[in-house]
Design a protein around this ligand. Structure first.
Ligand code: C5P
Length: 301
């Protein structure tokens, strides 16, 4: 049987995001609360002769080295002591997470490639090396290796695991436009500095005190985002905001019926609206458990 692993790559939302400062490396220091959700891509890795390939039915997923999933394979290939471009693997990405949506889709695909290849290539102590590799790939990738609820500082890659929230239903409203992450940070830099606040120390009971510093500068360019958040609040969301650098808006609900009703009533022309739910640590580990059929040596098929 051809050695294959299948890995689930869940999306994230940022429950809270504060930009704390600018860094000499071009990034920004953040203080953010990441939360995993059930919406996911699926990444399949199959041992196959020849150079690494990346494929997807979604025409917008890059098939070349510009895909962060390709970089993930390259990082692990180098980590196991192999030179040159990675070989012997076919990566297939079944894309469900909207792109340029602030949901960490590409980053989660990269995290899934790291998790899957560590198993397929039987990398000794692979799991321990993964966070450092992940951090080189992108600021969100380390969180997406581990998921649940975590506080991210620094670029978002210095992580502290937090106690899971009670499960919540999440209405996701995806506009017909995306937002580029560097653009959102650039608009933030050019705008008025936000009033310095922090999440209320007892934010768990007060989800409404959470906020996102990137939301105002993005809303200034895309006012429909503010319409979606206020509609979701009017429809009973405990909290509604833009996730990450946008463009997706989320609303949190305790009861499925209310979330379902909000989904039906949101009515934003051209937007896609769906219901998903938060995923805690244990469920994240279960959801992302690698389905494996055999191991190979790197480059061997
Ligand atoms: O790390 P990632 O590739 O996801 O980041 C994309 C871009 O977002 C960075 O090149 C940078 O412009 C911006 N960014 C930032 N500060 C962060 C995270 C991302 O300025 N903490």
């Amino acid at each position: 049987m051809t050695p294959t692993v299948t890995v689930v790559a869940p999306a994230k939302i940022n429950l809270d995001l504060r930009v704390v400062g600018r860094r000499p490396d071009g990034y920004h220091d953040l203080c953010t609360l990441f939360q995993s959700i059930q919406l996911h891509d699926t990444v399949t890795l199959t041992a196959r002769r020849g150079p690494l390939t990346v494929r997807s039915r979604s025409p917008r997923v890059p098939r070349d080295q510009s895909n962060i999933a390709w970089h993930a394979a390259q990082e692990l290939w180098t980590e196991v002591g192999r030179a040159g471009p990675p070989e012997g693997i076919a990566v297939r990405i079944c894309k469900r997470i909207p792109m340029q949506g602030g949901l960490g889709g590409g980053s989660s695909d990269a995290a899934a490639v790291l998790r899957g290849l560590a198993v397929l290539w039987n990398v000794p102590r692979g799991r321990r090396a993964l966070p450092a590799l992940a951090s080189r790939l992108g600021a969100d990738v380390p969180f997406l290796l581990d998921g649940g609820l975590q506080r991210g500082t620094g670029r978002g890659d210095c992580l502290r695991r937090l106690r899971d929230l009670p499960p919540l239903w999440v209405v996701l409203a995806v506009p017909p436009f995306g937002v580029s992450t560097p653009d959102a940070f650039d608009w933030f830099d050019k705008g008025e500095p936000p009033v310095k606040t922090e999440p209320h120390p007892r934010w768990r009971g007060r989800l409404g005190t959470l906020s996102n510093d990137l939301e105002l500068p993005v809303v200034a360019r895309f006012p429909a985002i503010a319409r979606a958040t206020s509609r979701l609040r009017a429809l009973g969301a405990l909290h509604a905001a833009m996730t990450g650098s946008g463009s997706t808006v989320f609303g949190l609900f305790q009861a499925f019926e209310k979330a379902h009703l909000a989904r039906q009533r949101l009515r934003m022309p051209g937007w896609r609206v769906g219901v998903t739910r938060t995923v805690g640590h244990v469920d994240f580990a279960r959801l992302t458990g690698v389905v494996s059929a055999g191991n190979v040596n790197p480059g061997e098929s």
